[in-house]
Each structure stands twice: as structure tokens, then as C-alpha cells.
Design a protein around this ligand. Structure first.
Ligand SMILES: *Cc1c(COP(=O)(O)O)cnc(C)c1O
Length: 399
């Protein structure tokens, strides 16, 4: 006997929960790829993506996951041998750095560990030392999904400008777009990356590279870009066939179209606010439980915590026990810890992650928290009882 039967809830940091409306939008036969309806959908998606990203710039769409988009973005603005600066705040910063190395770039990493946001002063020092402007781009991850730390992107723009350094500011928003506030133009990102399966509530398989005029000008100076990765045709297609340099991902487009309609209906400000309030409920519960026992949020300062994903530690071996119990007994699956192999990380043992990106509301969050409290009790993991009540009070309180 298990209480898990019923609708499962996969609360991992991507792929995220898909709304029924999104699932239903895909339930149709294959279209003619020259169908006017499909062409219309493709062109209508562009302004809505720009709305979510808060930009008047360009967007190129790819059939690729986040790893593909890491590569696509770099191919358009660098030549082999160029240098990029990576202020890494977790596994995903290092992942982007590995992609950069694999295509022949020289990568300068500023290691920030797994519990701190990007320090703009360390970026400033690296740019200042780069007197002959070898650094072509700063690669910053807005929310590093492994550590759940959120960095201040506008502060990086200020530093680059203050140093009058020509490096592009490239930002990975794969975890944060449509969850955490992000304003591409106002914050001064030159290039921004996103993927379909997180805040955009669409199945994995599509990636997006947003870019501005500065990045477009840099693209024109790059010696060569493969036909497939080149963003020029994708962002400004002469024929709709060029949007994807081949067959369009038809059903992902139907899904994305519906997901963007849902974001438009709610309004991006309300979407950000919902994520912030739900995250607050989660943090309140964990901080309450942690008053007795080892339960800890990975990021101490709320100002630097993501509203899309939360990494937490629970003491040696206990995180895996709790995750297994939740899946088997409650139908809730939390994300594994990434980077848990690091001995210098205080939360390494028992480290795991809550995904709360996209199609998540208060009863889903309270359901997860109630199941976690039941699991802590059933497994006799030390904690202070009452975390769920504390979260409910946080929900009821006026923001
Ligand atoms: C998920 C994620 C990626 C990788 O995306 P994939 O689609 O798994 O390749 C990269 N960066 C961040 C911040 C992510 O959250």
C-alpha cells in the first residue's frame, strides 16, 4: 500500500510541470510544414518571447536543449582562440565554460564556490587587468540551478561599462526566464539564453538566443559561423523555413504558443510575483524545520536566492532517504543534488533541490511541503515540527 497513487508531482528544476492546456495544444496530427497556421504561430511566438525577456532586440530559435544553446550563442560572437571570462557560481557556470573550451576558446574562470552570487568587484578586477582587451565576453549564469544562487546582472553591466571594456555580457537565463525577474534591455545583457523546459512550461527540445545590436555587430566581425548555428537567418528570416534552418519543431511550437499565451494572460509581473511568494513559503518552512536538526537552505541571503529552484541540505545520507520516501509514499519527486561530490561544500551530504518553476501554485507548494514534513516525521529525521503551518502563515501574510 502506498499513498503515492494519484497524479504525480515532479518538483525538479526542469523539465517543469506542463499545464494541461500545453499538453492539449500538442494533441493534433502532423501539419504540413508550409501550413499558413504554423507560419503564423512561428511569427507570433517571437514578440511574446521578447515580452517574457523584456527586450526589443532579436531572438533566434533552435531545436536544441540548454547545452546546445551554450554552444550556439558562443559560436556567433567568438572565434577560436578568443578568451571568455566565466564567474562561476555552480555546476552550470562550469558547464558553459567546458562548452567554451571544447570549441577552442580560452576560458578564465573566477571560482565563486557554490554558495555565493557573482561578485562584481572580482569581475571588475579581471577586466581591469585585461588591458589589451583579450576578453571577448563575460559569461554569467543568472540562476545557477545547482546551487540555486541568483546573481545581479545589472551590477555586471555597470562594472563592464565603468571599466569601458568592450566585452559582451552574455547571460544564461535557462533556469530563471519566466520565473525570476529578468529585464534584458534595462539590465544591459547583450546576449541571453533560455530553453523551453523550465519557466516556459514546454517540453525539452527548444532553445532561444536573444541578442541586441551590439551582439549583432560582433556577429558580423566573426570569421565564420556554421550554417546551422548562425543566428542571423533564424532571427531575421527571409523565408519562414529559415527560422529553424530546416523542419520546424511543429508540436513544440504548438506547446510554446499556448504556454506564452498563459504567461501573457497572467502578466509577466504577476508571474514573477507568484514565483517570489511561493519561494518565500518554501524558505519559511525549511527555516522553521531547521531550527532543530540539520535542514538548511544552501543560500543564506534571501536576496541571492532563486525563486525558481531551491537547493537545501539535510545531513549525511538523509537527503536521499527523504527523496526516496517522497517518491514512494507521497507521489512527489524532488531534484537530486548537483555538485554534491564537492567535499568543501558544507551541504554536500544530503544535498537536494526543490524545483518550483513555471506551472506551480500555492496548493502544489503546500502539498510538497506537507509531504516533506510527513517524510521527516516518518523517517525520524530531526526537525522542528510546524514548517507547513509557518508556510501557510507566510502565504496568508500581506506581502
Ligand atoms: C537546465 C540548465 C542548463 C542546461 O540545460 P539542458 O537543457 O539540460 O541542456 C543550463 N543552464 C542552466 C542555468 C540550467 O538551469
Amino acid at each position: 500500500m502506498s499513498l503515492a497513487n494519484g497524479r504525480p508531482h515532479i518538483a525538479i528544476p526542469g523539465p517543469s510541470v506542463m499545464p494541461d492546456r500545453v499538453l492539449q495544444a500538442m494533441h493534433r496530427p502532423a501539419p504540413d510544414i508550409y501550413d499558413p497556421g504554423l507560419v503564423q504561430i512561428m511569427s507570433s511566438i517571437v514578440p511574446d518571447l521578447k515580452y517574457v525577456a523584456q527586450t526589443d532586440g532579436y531572438v533566434a530559435m533552435y531545436i536544441a536543449n540548454g547545452h546546445g544553446i551554450w554552444e550556439a550563442s558562443l559560436q556567433n560572437v567568438t572565434d577560436p582562440g578568443d578568451t571568455v571570462l566565466v564567474p562561476a557560481t555552480g555546476r552550470f557556470g562550469h558547464g558553459w565554460a567546458e562548452t567554451a573550451r571544447s570549441i577552442g576558446l580560452t576560458v578564465d574562470v573566477i571560482e565563486h564556490g557554490r554558495q555565493s552570487p557573482i561578485d562584481p568587484e572580482r569581475v571588475r578586477a579581471a577586466l581591469r587587468a585585461d588591458t589589451d582587451h583579450k576578453i571577448k565576453a563575460v559569461l554569467a549564469v543568472h540562476v545557477d540551478t545547482s546551487s540555486s544562487v541568483r546573481s545581479d546582472i545589472a551590477a555586471l553591466r555597470k562594472v563592464i561599462d565603468a571599466e569601458a571594456h568592450p566585452a559582451l555580457l552574455m547571460v544564461d537565463c535557462i533556469a530563471s526566464l519566466g520565473c525570476d525577474r529578468f529585464e534584458m534591455d534595462a539590465w544591459g545583457a547583450d546576449v541571453m539564453l533560455a530553453a523551453s523546459q523550465k519557466g516556459l512550461m514546454t517540453p525539452p527540445g527548444m532553445g532561444f538566443v536573444f541578442f541586441n545590436e551590439r551582439a549583432k555587430a560582433r556577429r558580423a566581425e566573426v570569421k565564420s559561423v556554421s550554417f546551422y548555428w548562425d543566428w542571423s537567418n533564424r532571427a531575421e528570416p527571409e523565408m519562414f523555413y529559415m527560422y529553424f534552418a530546416g523542419t520546424a519543431p511543429t508540436h513544440l511550437l504548438y506547446a510554446l504558443r499556448e504556454a506564452l499565451t498563459m504567461i501573457r494572460e497572467e502578466g509577466i509581473e504577476a508571474v514573477w510575483e507568484r514565483h517570489a511568494r511561493l519561494a518565500q513559503m518554501l524558505w519559511t518552512a525549511v527555516e522553521h524545520w531547521g531550527q532543530d536538526g540539520a535542514f538548511r537552505l544552501n543560500i543564506a541571503d534571501p536576496a541571492h536566492r532563486s525563486h525558481a529552484v531551491t537547493a537545501a541540505g539535510l545531513g549525511k545520507g538523509q537527503g536521499d532517504r527523504l527523496r526516496a520516501w517522497l517518491t514512494e509514499q507521497a507521489g512527489v519527486t524532488l531534484g537530486i543534488g548537483l555538485g554534491a561530490e564537492d567535499a568543501d561544500d558544507p551541504t554536500a551530504s544530503g544535498y537536494f533541490r526543490f524545483g518550483h518553476m513555471g506551472h506551480v501554485n500555492a496548493h502544489m507548494m503546500l502539498g510538497v511541503l506537507g509531504a516533506v514534513e510527513a517524510g521527516l516525521t516518518a523517517l525520524e529525521i530531526p526537525h522542528r515540527a510546524g514548517g507547513v503551518t509557518a508556510a501557510a502563515q507566510a502565504m496568508a501574510a500581506k506581502p
